[in-house]
Write a protein that binds this ligand. Structure first.
Ligand SMILES: [Fe+2]
Length: 262
């Protein structure tokens, strides 16, 4: 891929997103949020890939993956009025449909097109398949890290803001109650990323997002999250309980250990 191709993808993205423009400002706000998320994921992936010392071409592939990973969010919202996949459709699948329908990636060679397509289709899976080739695996890992960095930013800004101004689509329509069941914390202490199924409150969603730390692939991503104090800021939007503090300590210890061990 050359710089000209990357540039034309960026232009296509901006023009395509404008097709989904909404009359109602609340709906438009939901779409603006996804557009901004996309640009920020592009910035995060560029930072991670550059810090890792990847080639210029790998950085371009990663940037295009980031640019298109959530393009399916726009038709998803237009059709279903939600970003909740279980209530609508898998947005990663919708992203690929959208790209294929418009033959967006067809100017690329087959190898690069496949890497980007697979990285998009697997970006929101709980776990990656074990059979991926090294180049595909690299790009799957990059988009998953960069996406998590920015989803955490979105969540933090959302919950730091005034309750009446919050857009309910961000908290997936979950109630505002703050109760977190012990079993949700227990799963966090098992040190594994959790699934969205069976969440009962927005604060359980925050604990789920804290568990993402165990699924971060690259040290530059962990360093970025620590620098931003992402988990501390997210935890600060929850009631001050012993379990919350224990969970935050657990996460910070995990990050410190990984960064020390290199
Ligand atoms: Fe996504």
């Amino acid at each position: 891929m050359n710089d000209g191709q990357l540039y034309s993808f960026q232009n296509w993205f901006k023009q395509h997103v404008s097709i989904f423009r909404e009359v109602d400002p609340l709906h438009q706000r939901s779409l603006d949020m996804k557009e901004e998320h996309t640009f920020r994921v592009c910035t995060a992936i560029d930072h991670i890939a550059s810090t890792l010392g990847l080639s210029a071409n790998d950085i371009r592939i990663a940037t295009v993956t980031a640019l298109f990973h959530d393009i399916g969010r726009f038709p998803q919202y237009q059709k279903y009025r939600t970003f909740r996949d279980p209530d609508s459709d898998n947005h990663a699948k919708l992203s690929l449909w959208e790209l294929n329908r418009h033959r967006v990636l067809h100017s690329l060679d087959l190898g690069e097109r496949q890497i980007i397509s697979r990285a998009i289709i697997f970006h929101n899976r709980l776990r990656l398949p074990e059979t991926l080739d090294p180049q595909t695996l690299l790009h799957c890992r990059l988009i998953r890290d960069a996406d998590k960095v920015d989803i955490l930013r979105v969540m933090i800004e959302h919950f730091q803001g005034e309750e009446s101004l919050r857009n309910p689509v961000i908290s997936l329509g979950l109630g505002t109650e703050t109760a977190v069941r012990d079993e949700v914390y227990r799963r966090l202490f098992e040190g594994k990323a959790m699934s969205y199924v069976s969440l009962k409150s927005t604060d359980e969603l925050k604990v789920l997002q804290m568990s993402w730390v165990f699924d971060i692939n690259f040290l530059p991503t962990l360093a970025l999250l620590r620098e931003q104090n992402a988990f501390g800021q997210l935890a600060a939007t929850m009631p001050d309980t012993a379990m919350r503090n224990e969970a935050l300590d657990f996460i910070n210890d995990f990050i410190d250990r990984r960064l020390q061990n290199g």
